[in-house]
Write a protein that binds this ligand. Structure first.
Ligand code: PLP
Length: 371
């Protein structure tokens, strides 16, 4: 960087987050009509937002001249009721990514250590570096979290341990009992940040809600989002669930109007449509089975997934990503996660899944799988 400004030295070490390529951007680049491109790159809901969310947002539009309710009273009431906690147990973020940043502000400094798993979500290392804290990366076991090793990596300097369940980008999940044991064993001075962005895709997940509600988990923060199963990634809305004392601390960091009025309305509408969530889960389970079956036929290694995407070993991931993109199918290359042989594919509609698999076969057929 050649700026004369004395920048935060941490910025030199921070990688730029590489998002999934937007359809419009790829359309411009390739000169293809946007309607011919499908995006299976960012784990979005292929069924779209709930019609109830859309209707609620339309109603909210005419009040766009007014600031939103900074405390999101109605949304918090609704969420709290659904989860069995009180609004004081909830904090809302501009995507759950913002909650991760709140954690940095609240707990991290150059004295702090953060424990993560190899192949963890890219935002944890970025936020850790931003606050000059030390990242302690624990080798994965079968691409998933090794909770025993993560526990052993905790030192007196550890302030936060991140566990994504299911994990992105691997799709792995941790065993219920093992997770409970882990949460019990982590010292109370260390925040257990459980990233549950994909929790709605699990059949029988560990439920810490009643323990949080009764004050038994002062060092746990669950993070969830409307971006995935609820199909509202474009709105940017996530939430944290934790002890009121922890939430009150995080609330001091939050900008007063971080959740806009359309997001609040859309989320309330989405919570009123459990059938849309159920359709999404069913479509996803079916898609996951199709991908797994096809990968087996093609003799492609993949990581069994509990989420709405699947990691598959294709040889030269960057090449396969680029070749598929040229044919109008956007996936996610995994070089940034030190998985250069792999791509990650989000589950789409049945039609999108078929097209993605046909395109993958075409691209691999041209040069062989190389795995
Ligand atoms: C998608 C995702 C998030 C957050 O997404 P937001 O859109 O910021 O709510 C958080 N954690 C993981 C592991 C994710 O994959």
């Amino acid at each position: 960087m050649s700026t004369p400004l004395a920048l935060n030295p941490a910025l030199e070490t921070i990688p730029n987050y590489q998002p999934g390529r937007p359809i419009e951007e790829v359309a411009r680049e390739l000169g293809l009509p946007a309607a011919e491109i499908i995006k299976l790159a960012s784990n979005e809901n292929p069924l779209g937002p709930s019609p109830r969310a859309l209707a609620a947002m339309r109603r909210a539009l005419s009040h766009a001249n007014l600031y939103p309710d900074g405390n999101a009273f109605y949304l918090k009431q609704k969420l709290a009721g659904k989860l069995g906690v009180t609004p004081a147990h909830l904090i809302l973020g501009n995507g759950s990514n913002e909650i991760i940043e709140f954690i940095g502000h609240a707990l991290l400094s150059s004295e702090a250590e953060v424990v993560v798993s190899q192949y963890c979500f890219a935002v944890y290392p970025i936020v850790t570096a931003l606050f000059n804290a030390k990242l302690v990366t624990v080798p994965a076991r079968n691409y998933g979290h090794d909770l025993e090793a993560m526990l052993a990596a905790i030192t007196p300097r550890t302030r936060v341990v991140f566990v994504a369940n299911p994990n992105n980008p691997t799709g792995t999940h941790v065993d219920r009992d093992a997770l409970l044991q882990f949460v019990n064993a982590v010292p109370k001075t260390v925040l257990v940040a459980l990233d549950e962005a994909y929790i709605e895709f699990l059949d029988n997940p560990l439920d810490l809600m009643s323990e949080i509600a009764t004050g038994l988990r002062p060092n746990a923060l669950l993070m969830r989002t409307f971006s995935k199963v609820y199909g509202l990634a474009g709105l940017r809305l996530g939430y944290g669930i934790g002890d009121p004392d922890l939430i009150a601390a995080l609330e001091k960091i939050r900008q007063p109007f971080n959740i806009n009025a359309l997001s609040q309305a859309g989320a309330i509408g989405a919570l009123d449509d459990p059938a849309h969530v159920e359709r999404t889960r069913r479509n996803n389970a079916r898609g996951l089975r199709l991908f797994a079956r096809t990968f087996r036929c093609l003799k492609l290694e993949f990581v069994p997934s509990a989420a709405n995407f699947i990691l598959v070993r294709v040889g030269d991931g960057a090449r396969v990503f680029a070749a598929m993109q040229k044919l109008g199918v956007i996936t996610r290359p995994m070089g940034g996660y030190a998985l250069p042989d792999w791509i990650r594919i989000s589950i789409g509609t049945p039609k999108e899944n078929q097209r993605c698999l046909e395109t993958l076969k075409q691209v691999l057929g041209a040069r062989g799988a190389q795995v």
